[in-house]
Design a protein around this ligand. Sequence first.
Ligand code: GRF
Length: 219
Amino acid sequence: MTANPIPANSTPSLISPDVPCDRIIPSFPLKLGIMASGNGSNFEAVAEAIASKRLQAQIQAVIYNNPSAFVAARAERWGVPSVLINHRDYKQREDLDAKIVETFRQFGVEWVIMAGWMRIVTPLLIDAFPNRVINIHPSLLPSFRGAKAVEQALASGVKITGCTVHLVVPEVDSGPVLMQAAVPILPNDTPDTLHDRIQVQEHIILPRAIALAATQQQI
Ligand code: GRF
């Protein structure tokens, strides 16, 4: 087996627009609600950006839908309230989304961040926070929408993929793009090695894109 010609930790990446969040100062802390289904590393990236004063925001609550999601432990460590809303307890997507909206309203959430939320959301949620529902997806949209985006990119033979932060619209992974980061695909990449490098970029662009969205709306 030949080694990758470029060490994984020195692969170039490209972020556009290249706007650091600490230069974009919304006029008051953004009140964020995070939705996550699993690991929660993007939740943590946002929490770290806030703690290091790169992002003027506060995380009001985390909603997760899988009882074993590690994001709950991360939230506890950060002192952020977390609420399990198990999608299996709801017959219709709208019922689940209504519960999410009700919960976020109780916590005073104004911006909803889907940070690894593995469910399709409905207009009921999207319209409750107009232009303020944000998603992160592990591909350069509009390529490789939907599930297994990293595997799709590898299977397609493209040489560059990446991640996208975008506003959420009813069509899955289709709303206006806020920010993207490009990540080269290396010859020996597996879904895991590639996803790891994409996640490094996700953690950079998600806080920046939240600040950018707020700035675009002249908050
Ligand atoms: C990320 O790759 C994100 O793009 C996708 O789900 C993954 C969540 O990762 N939507 P994490 O739970 O934040 O670590």
